[in-house]
Design a protein around this ligand. Structure first.
Ligand SMILES: NC(=O)C1=CN([C@@H]2O[C@H](COP(=O)(O)OP(=O)(O)OC[C@H]3O[C@@H](n4cnc5c(N)ncnc54)[C@H](OP(=O)(O)O)[C@@H]3O)[C@@H](O)[C@H]2O)C=CC1
Ligand SMILES: CC(=O)[C@@H](O)[C@H](O)COP(=O)(O)O
Ligand SMILES: [Mn+2]
Length: 381
């Protein structure tokens, strides 16, 4: 029985993780969970899984639940999130919170030698060098949940990492893939939230529409698979059937395919190195799909992709700025405070202003994250 602590239980990945746990009660047990403020889903998860510890970010939600479930331990705020990440009963921590708030609990969980099933890509973007170094020092596995990285991880099983030549990360193109840049000036939040293939949380869906999601994933791949940016390519593939590919030095290319369903990579991270059945996911019949399409990524159409490659290559605090500026700009767009194309402009301004600091420690990362958010806020408020 693998005992799991789930950070971000009320989100899109969190809910699908609970679904996987429910399908395999003989394999997985939820011992702790965290969420932000979604009382309804939080309450439901507590009733269904009876974890021994629940961390709630919102104080009112925490107070209410504490009254309702008197045999469960509740904790709240940023400290609470860390308590859930380090709980001694858990051997695996699924990090499914959104944003760089996921960094500290990841580092603390690694220090407690938990296996990390990582959905929260912002953690690796903002401080990939710290997280991977920590994992190496403490001898902890960082298992990818993100579909592209899980695909690559699956393609690499049994292979010698030295023979890996190139990673090909596929991209759906997001909500506006059939529109030209000139047609994006007045797009609405609802239109941007309408992803063609995946049902996901709001922030990642907007990232997918700007293609920042793919940029973040390139940086995530750099850290997870230890490859230089020159060997990581993005390929537009609108069906999201091939989840990514690995090319080896004999020019063999191995791909992982499947119907788009995040429960597959979530379950693989939880069951690794085994595979478990997942009969509720749709079987892939390529005759039903008919054709698969591929296109070269266009860096002028998708400026965020260029920002991400540039920041990743510069390294140091630049990816921290990229991530923090993006989180702020996407948050402002979702609240109707800026237009869609301003997301790119705000990120561009934050990157241009920043003087990079190399090999930053945690304190510097946190300071740069905070300063970047404050700077971006001055640009639209
Ligand atoms: N959704 C997907 O299919 C995929 C997601 N990912 C990545 O996984 C991560 C999660 O994405 P997704 O599930 O879509 O996001 P959601 O927005 O759906 O869920 C985020 C979760 O984090 C919680 N949360 C938000 N802010 C805080 C905070 N300050 N402190 C504690 N908890 C907080 C939310 O709680 P509440 O809602 O209760 O406030 C919720 O449980 C992201 O990094 C994303 O990029 C990667 C691949 C695919
Ligand atoms: C499901 C998943 O892993 C997302 O990150 C997905 O890849 C988003 O789709 P895009 O390819 O449109 O960014
Ligand atoms: Mn992805």
């Amino acid at each position: 029985m693998k005992k799991i602590s789930l950070l971000g239980a009320t989100g899109s990945i969190g809910q699908q993780t609970l679904d996987v746990i429910k399908c395999h009660p003989d394999q997985f047990q939820l011992v702790a969970m965290s969420f932000g403020s979604n009382l309804e889903l939080g309450r439901k998860a507590i009733s269904n899984f009876s974890p021994s510890l629940v961390a709630v970010n919102d104080f009112n939600a925490y107070s209410q639940l504490k009254e309702e479930f008197q045999n469960i331990t509740f904790t709240y705020g940023a400290e609470g999130l860390i308590e859930a990440a380090v709980i001694s009963e858990a051997e695996i921590v699924v990090n499914a919170v959104v944003g760089s708030v996921g960094l500290l609990p990841t580092l603390k969980a690694i220090e407690c030698k938990k296996t990390i099933a990582l959905a929260n890509k912002e953690t690796l973007v903002t401080a990939g060098h710290l997280v991977t170094e920590h994992a190496r020092i403490y001898g902890v596995d960082l298992l990818p949940v993100d579909s592209e990285h899980s695909a690559i991880f699956q393609c690499l099983q049994g292979e010698n990492p030295k023979s890996l030549e190139r990673l090909i990360v596929t991209a759906s193109g997001g909500s506006f893939r059939d529109r030209k840049r000139e047609e994006l000036a007045d797009v609405t939040v609802d239109e941007a939230l309408n992803h063609p293939n995946w049902s996901m949380g709001a922030k990642i869906t907007i990232d997918s529409a700007t293609m920042m999601n793919k940029g973040l994933e390139v940086i995530e791949a750099h850290w997870l698979f230890d490859l230089p940016y020159e060997k990581i390519e993005v390929l537009l593939h609108k069906e999201s059937i091939i989840h990514s590919m690995a090319e080896f030095h004999d020019r063999s290319v191995i791909a992982q395919l499947g119907s788009p369903d995040m429960r597959v990579p979530i379950q693989y991270a939880l069951s690794y190195p085994e595979r478990l059945p997942l009969s509720s996911t749709k079987q892939l019949n390529l005759w039903e799909v008919g054709k698969l399409h591929f296109e070269k990524a266009d860096f002028e159409r998708y400026r965020c992709l260029q920002f991400a490659y540039d920041s990743g290559k510069i390294g140091g605090t630049m990816p921290t700025v990229l991530n923090a500026a993006n989180e702020e700009a996407v948050g402002a767009f979702l609240k109707g405070q800026i237009a869609f194309l301003q997301i790119e402009d705000l990120i561009d301004k934050a990157l241009t202003k920043h003087s990079v600091i190399s090999s930053p420690d945690l304190h510097i990362i946190q300071e740069v994250d905070k300063e970047t958010r404050q700077f971006v806020q001055t640009l639209y408020s």
